[in-house]
Design a protein around this ligand. Structure first.
Ligand code: GLN
Length: 312
């Protein structure tokens, strides 16, 4: 089994891990009040190869809420159900260069710019099958479970906390609704979206979810096909252009891997046909991306030539 492991990465994780532990800048997200209770010092990383081997360090089993890391996976589920053409009439594929909660709709089409910012993610959630929020969420929950290879629970306290304070997201949903791009009522879409964001994962789950995309849509642990190869490719492409919000361009230069961050402190990244990585550390930079997660991925990419445009 050991022979299967992505060796150089595996042996290097230790030193990278210890170096980023020293970073203590950034703040835990607090605009969702319940998230402020998270222990800021947690640090975990997990790597899953497309052949099904995993390697984990630190708090890789500690659970946190998935938040925006859910967005590419729900986008993949919508693509799988409806196809790229239909999804594209509701949400665009262009980087916004704006923060995750920007009030961003294209003027002519009423579409949010992309599915990785909140406006686009809420529209994406509205496209998922089901008439009620609970029906939509059940489909999302089953889909994310297939990506992770295990059932994922909802953190009810974080859900309630965001539902009680998420008026900006509600405003985004009402705007999209009035522009004709939201496929459900604003209340149905935001309730399902808040539950989706409150799903509990650990770094290992994120690594396996990313590895499923890296493997062209097949979960490398359960061997289940979750989405088609083209859906996995389209999803990875949008993560490449839009996954790190207004830091996406710099990320593409420095790290060069499709990725997605969330305000719970998680980041997923992947290299197609090789591996998925999940990182967890709750302190965020001013773009809402995990400080230590970004640092680990930058260093791993640099040291091991993981950039997808690396000359091989
Ligand atoms: N649930 C969060 C929100 O909508 C997710 C944002 C994020 O992780 N960037 O604000």
């Amino acid at each position: 089994q050991a022979a299967d492991r992505p060796r150089p990465l595996h042996t290097a994780l230790d030193s990278v891990f210890e170096r980023v532990r020293a970073l203590t800048d950034g703040e835990v997200a607090s605009y969702i009040p319940e998230l402020a209770r998270e222990d800021p010092d947690q640090l975990g990383i997990a790597l899953a190869s497309v052949r099904g081997t995993t390697h984990e360090m630190g708090d890789s089993a500690a659970e946190f809420t998935i938040q925006s890391v859910s967005k590419p996976f729900v986008f993949a589920l919508a693509l799988e159900q409806l196809g790229l053409a239909a999804v594209s009439t509701h949400v665009g594929l262009e980087p916004s260069g704006e923060p995750f909660n920007a009030i961003s709709l294209e003027e002519a089409s009423g579409r949010p710019l992309n599915p990785m910012i909140n406006a686009g993610a809420i529209v994406t959630t509205s496209l998922i099958t089901g008439n009620t929020a609970d029906e939509k969420f059940d489909v999302i929950s089953a889909g994310l479970a297939a990506f992770a290879g295990r059932d994922l629970a909802v953190d009810e306290a974080v859900f309630e906390s965001e539902a009680a304070t998420g008026d900006r997201n509600r405003a985004l949903a009402y705007l999209a609704r009035s522009a004709g791009t939201l496929a459900s009522t604003a209340e149905v879409a935001t309730r399902a979206y808040f539950r989706q964001c409150a799903m509990r994962v650990n770094a290992r789950d994120l690594a396996i979810m990313a590895a499923t995309l890296a493997a062209g849509g097949v979960n490398p642990i359960t061997r289940q096909r979750v989405v088609s190869e083209s859906v996995a490719r389209w999803t990875s492409a949008v993560m490449t252009s839009c996954g790190m919000y207004d830091a996406s361009g710099e990320w593409l230069v420095r790290v060069g891997l499709p990725a997605k961050s969330g305000v719970g402190g998680g980041i997923v990244a992947l290299q197609p046909e090789r591996f998925g990585i999940g990182t967890f550390s709750p302190r965020l930079n001013d773009r809402g991306n995990s400080v230590r997660g970004v640092a680990m991925l930058e260093e791993l990419s640099e040291r091991f030539g993981l950039h997808m445009l690396e000359h091989r």
